[in-house]
Design a binder for this molecule. Structure first.
Ligand SMILES: [Zn+2]
Length: 303
């Protein structure tokens, strides 16, 4: 048996999987407002219940929000309890078994290259999550790419190009990471709202933009065209760097098939002739990918 735990800001989900990555059981709990060691003890208790019910000790992988730094610490995450805790050193001790952990965007693409995923069997793939932020993860030669210091795949913090900034008269907005002009500020869900307002619309949430777009609002259409173009340019840059055979879109944007359908052409406009185009597809496993990817990580799965 293989366990995957997705630890989010509001809920914890533990999934039990067989060797074919089919889900056998699920436990969900609200994330306790506890310090790091207490939170880990809570997770360990969930794992103990799963062990007892299955009559065996499963392998374990954890998917965590935020970036994991070179020292195995979770940074830039909305889980204050786990932030700055030396996870690499303390996890195996807490769970009494080897534990693999990585950020949730990487777990996402690992799951999507697994059986039944949108990029099943692909040895070169990129997962682009567009939701509250813009996270990413890459599969290179069948393995999850970690990179030096664990930064690989953070495409959302690539900068808006000078050409795009000029074309759409976009200001270089401050990003939560400390840099200015990061693509995440324009291509995430909140980024799309920013674009809508930039073009004269009024909205606080992406749903408002969507309703306006469906109703044929000109500002919503301008925001949409700009949004798709910026994502296309960013994915073209990812393609030049990693040459994925498939790009899997996750997060809220993946639930809008009419937008995802425009991305291959948008990407192609920023590539030169003769380049092998990646397939651009929506996630097939959706939110379930995080837990499954964590389980696959824990079992050392590769394509
Ligand atoms: Zn940034």
């Amino acid at each position: 048996m293989h366990y995957g735990i997705d630890v989010g800001g509001t809920k914890i989900e533990l999934g039990v999987f067989d060797s074919q990555w089919q889900r056998l059981a699920t436990w969900r709990e609200a994330t306790p407002a506890a310090d790091g060691p207490a939170l880990l003890a809570r997770l360990a208790a969930m794992v103990a219940v799963a062990d007892a019910q299955g009559g065996a000790r499963g392998t374990l992988g954890l998917g965590l929000p935020g970036v994991i730094d070179a020292g195995g610490r979770l940074v830039a995450a909305n889980l204050p309890g786990l932030r700055e805790l030396p996870l690499a050193a303390s996890l195996s001790e807490h769970f009494d078994r080897p534990v693999a952990f990585d950020n949730d965007s990487r777990c996402f693409i690992l799951s999507e290259v697994g059986p039944g995923g949108a990029a099943a069997g692909e040895r070169y793939a990129f997962g682009a999550i567009l939701g509250t932020g813009a996270g990413g993860g890459a599969i290179v030669e069948g393995r999850l790419l970690g990179g030096h210091g664990g930064l690989a795949g953070e495409w959302g913090h690539l900068p808006l190009s000078a050409a795009a900034s000029e074309r759409y008269h976009l200001p270089r907005l401050a990003c939560g990471c400390g840099l200015h002009g990061c693509l995440e500020r324009y291509i995430s869900g909140p980024g799309l709202v920013t674009l809508f307002r930039h073009f004269g619309g009024e909205a606080e949430r992406a749903e408002t933009w969507y309703a306006a777009w469906q109703a044929g609002d000109p500002a919503a259409e301008l925001a949409h065209r700009c949004h798709v173009d910026l994502i296309g340019e960013a994915l073209a840059n990812v393609t030049k760097l990693l040459a994925p055979a498939a790009i899997v879109i996750g997060g809220g944007l993946s639930t809008l098939p009419e937008v995802v359908a425009e991305l291959p052409a948008a990407l192609g406009r920023h590539l030169f002739p003769g380049v092998a185009m990646p397939r651009v597809v929506a996630s097939r496993l959706g939110a379930a990918s995080g837990v499954r990817g964590a389980a696959m990580l824990g079992a050392g799965a590769c394509v």
